[in-house]
Design a protein around this ligand. Sequence first.
Ligand SMILES: [Zn+2]
Length: 227
Amino acid sequence: MFIGHYSVAFAVKSERNKIPLWVLFVAVQFLDYIWATLVLLGIEKLRVIKGFTAGSMLDSYFHPYSHSLIAAIIWSGVAALLYKPLCSWLGYVYSKSAALIVGLAVFSHWILDLIAHPRDLAIYDNEWKVGFGLWNYRDPEFALEIALLGFGIVLYLARNVMPAIRKTALIAFGIALVVVQVGDTYVPRTPLTDKATVVGVWIFYTLFVVTAFFLEKIGSRRQIKSR
Ligand SMILES: [Zn+2]
């Protein structure tokens, strides 16, 4: 699962919880950020094999600290706890329910990975591996990614008040994400090394986070400080 993860970020953002979209963009890929970092450090293991599954070249044969069920639950808790200091640091509105939503957004990653991944997701440590393997079916997996994203964006538009220009930018962002997914699923390429792959993950995910940050600035009135 790739862009489908962002459906959750779009879907859960509301006027009430006021969680910045960029925070949710980090949250839904939190486990992959940890994974990419641990692969870079040589702690978790990845093989990139052409045609490993129809829709992905990633053979994540050892990723217990980022992608086991137990690890996912722990990281979700950590993220929920981190939300409060983050809010006080950056001056965001904090609520306990928002922290819970951030934690659940982190956990959603594991559930969506469970659908797509072959049986490489451990329940604990490197044991009892599960995965429904939708990546073995390229078109249905691609369709699910797009459908999820579309659904998330529709919910975001419905639950948040925003100027027309931001709506347009949001749709453009959605299309850009679809293009990235088309490239990932359908454009043939030679496999990169494991390290280069996870550096790419870091770069792309962070580009999306930065885009989400600026997206929510578009068309907002300048705050004039009164003395
Ligand atoms: Zn993942």
